[in-house]
Design a protein around this ligand. Structure first.
Ligand code: PRX
Length: 641
């Protein structure tokens, strides 16, 4: 932990908010929720039937109304989205334009028979039609489920089946690093045999030739004659706004379900507190909308505030590593929110590139998704922020809906420590505990938990209340288990140390080890597989796979390796491609069959196992040692080949 601190504040010195929140978090959130527009006020602020929270019970509202309608009298001509295509195309959508398109598309969905409560899968690249689709779903009360356009057809299929989506919205293709990803083909593959999918709406983006099937309808044809009048559906506060699938410790991804009133209240507040948003700002969050950061801080957060934001279609290093700085200069970006992985990549190319751009409009910088190393934090601060911009290191999860730990320069002044996400937001009570749930002393590592409900929290896991209870609320009594390790220092600052469970964070993407392993064993020659993450200087963590082949497989190892990698890419997606893949004769396991991932890590990093007596899985020392020796032997043999 770095002992340096930085005093960069933006002049906001509110102390009342925190005080009120700590006295009574329920009435505190009650006040915050009033900043949204409601058709009918709520009767009860929180109905807490642990672990199920219902926020603003009886309240009636609409997310698209809050993002669009309420700005029309004051901000109709203000740019909402400054869109930059990967190939240099650009487009500006004002609040009026966005409103118009959303209402028309809402009517398109209705004309295809979509009703309140139906689910719609969206598999689009980063084009304005993606937020338009989401807001149209929200307007008519359909629940959207956006799938990152880098996921494979089988991942997409799993999500369409689990959500029972009636419609899939996609494009002919998407641009990625100058080439075209044929999204329509992926969708065709995914929906084969799924009768409940009634239509595929197809946006023309790349003009890639496609095979049209009976379910397919072109976006532009449907929009041509669609009416621009569509009243927002009046929805209860707990109405499901979206499902977003995320990896966990089990083989199948979990459908995190978010509601409306609580979720939007969380974003309305955190977007203001963290980013200090002003009417004159140009906000740029680099996240893909396929992940939660994009949902919360590309779509809902900025639009709730009537902010102007840049949305970029492509890869941050295309056509070269200066693309982000070029965009900041071009659009005069004032607030920039990105990931430690992107920053590590930019930093590797030196200071000269960012120094050759005019970044003087920047006034606030943020990061999200993984721990940020202090060196990178300082580089960001000095080279990008020119020592005048606060850096907000924001910790949160798909499940939390919005930020939970972050400096809040839009609210208060705070000393920043490079690498620390500082404190929980007002109204959230967090602690670091040991295995037994007891708080650990300052500067000791433990599990990060949340001790009270918060408005952005997930409603449940889609269709699986029991799993929701067991994954998040069973490890500790009356506390939400985050799955992360952390430390709280002597000043109360939180330092995040990565996942404590079987989840990897590769380039900020969350990948479940079980999901990966099951895609590897789907190769017919594989008997067993185990994966682990090891530190990587750009991606934060890289995937290492250990594979045990079935008896008698005589195939060339290189061929097998290529085939297995292909299996992973089509099973999960290219983001899950392992850095290294080793064939071993046996996997180290405890007597209960749990894979000893710590051993795998030690082997891959060429380290000693360390103190085996503290192995959390309770395996016998001799058993661990012999498994380690055996694995090391077969690993060494494999490496030689
Ligand atoms: O391990 C933590 C890490 O990302 C996990 C959540 O991943 P996901 O649901 O994909 O959401 C990412 C974007 C909000 C967390 O459990 N994480 C997120 N932010 C940080 C972080 N780790 C350290 N520092 C952060 N600022």
């Amino acid at each position: 932990m770095d002992s340096e601190s930085y005093d960069i504040n933006l002049g906001n010195k509110d102390t009342e908010t925190r005080k009120k929140a700590s006295e009574d978090f329920i009435s505190f959130w009650d006040e915050q929720a009033k900043k949204l527009s409601w058709f009918t006020p709520w009767e009860k602020t929180l109905d807490w039937n642990p672990p199920f929270a219902k926020w603003f019970v009886g309240g009636v509202l609409n997310a698209s109304y809050n993002a669009l309608d309420r700005h029309q009298s004051t901000k109709a001509e203000k740019p909402a989205i400054l869109w930059e295509g990967e190939n240099g195309d650009s487009k500006t959508l004002t609040y009026k334009d966005l409103f118009f398109q959303v209402k028309k598309f809402s009517n398109v969905l209705k004309s295809l028979g979509i009703q309140k409560g139906d689910r719609i899968t969206i598999y689009l690249p980063m084009v304005p039609e993606l937020p338009i689709s989401m807001l149209a779903c929200a307007r008519i009360g359909a629940t959207h489920t956006v799938v990152f356009s880098g996921f494979s057809s089988s991942s997409l299929k799993d999500r369409i089946i689990d959500s029972k989506s009636k419609i899939v919205i996609t494009a002919d293709g998407g641009f990625r690093r100058g080439s075209v990803v044929k999204l329509k083909e992926v969708v065709d593959d995914a929906i084969q045999g799924l009768d409940f999918v009634k239509n595929v709406i197809l946006l023309e983006r790349t003009k890639t030739p496609v095979n049209l099937n009976s379910k397919d309808k072109w976006w532009h044809d449907l929009m041509k004659d669609s009416s621009p009048d569509c009243e927002p559906e009046k929805l209860s506060s707990t109405h499901p706004l979206y499902i977003l699938y995320t990896s966990g410790t089990t083989g199948k991804p979990k459908g995190v379900l978010h509601g409306t009133g609580g979720y939007l209240t969380h974003l309305q507040s955190t977007y203001k507190w963290a980013f200090d948003i002003k009417d004159s700002d140009v906000f740029f969050c680099t996240a893909d909308i396929g992940w939660v950061t994009g949902h919360s801080y590309v779509v809902y957060g900025p639009l709730l505030h009537g902010a102007t934001e840049v949305m970029y279609e492509g890869s941050p290093d295309f056509p070269d590593i200066s693309r982000m700085w070029d965009i900041i200069q071009k659009y005069k970006v004032t607030i920039f929110y990105t990931t430690p992985t992107a920053l590590r990549m930019f930093m590797k190319f030196g200071d000269e590139i960012p120094n050759s751009f005019d970044l003087s409009t920047l006034r606030l910088l943020g990061t999200v998704g993984e721990p940020i190393n202090p060196e990178v934090w300082k580089w960001y601060y000095k080279i990008i922020g020119k020592e005048k911009c606060p850096i907000i290191d924001t910790w949160w999860q798909t499940e939390t809906g919005g930020m939970i730990l972050s400096p809040l320069p839009g609210l208060e002044s705070i000393l920043l420590k490079p690498g620390s996400a500082t404190y929980p937001i007002p109204g959230v009570d967090m602690a670091i505990v040991n295995e037994d749930g007891k708080e650990v002393p300052p500067n000791n590592k433990g599990y990060l938990i949340i001790r009270n409900p918060w408005p952005g929290m997930l409603l449940t896991l889609w269709g699986d209340d029991e799993k929701y209870k067991s994954v998040y609320w069973s490890k500790y009594e009356n506390a939400y288990y985050t799955g992360d390790y952390a430390i709280k220092d002597q000043d109360g600052y939180f330092w995040l140390l990565g996942r404590a469970d079987d989840v990897l964070k590769v380039a900020g993407h969350r990948i479940g080890t079980a999901e990966l392993e099951s895609s590897i064993v789907s190769h017919s020659d594989v008997a067993e597989a185990a994966v682990c993450g090891i530190p990587h200087d750009v991606k934060g963590e890289a995937i290492i796979a250990f594979v045990v082949l079935k008896e008698g497989i005589k195939k060339n190892e290189e061929t097998l390796r290529t085939e297995i990698v292909k299996e992973i890419r089509s099973g999960v997606g290219p983001i899950a491609t392992p850095e290294q893949l080793y064939f071993v004769s046996r996997l180290p396991k405890t007597r209960s069959g749990k894979i000893m991932r710590r051993l795998l890590k030690a082997i891959a990093k060429n380290e000693k196992i360390g103190d085996v007596s503290t192995l959390e899985d309770g395996a016998a020392v001799s058993e661990v040692q012999s498994a380690f020796d055996e694995l090391q032997k077969s690993f060494a043999k494999n490496k030689k080949n």
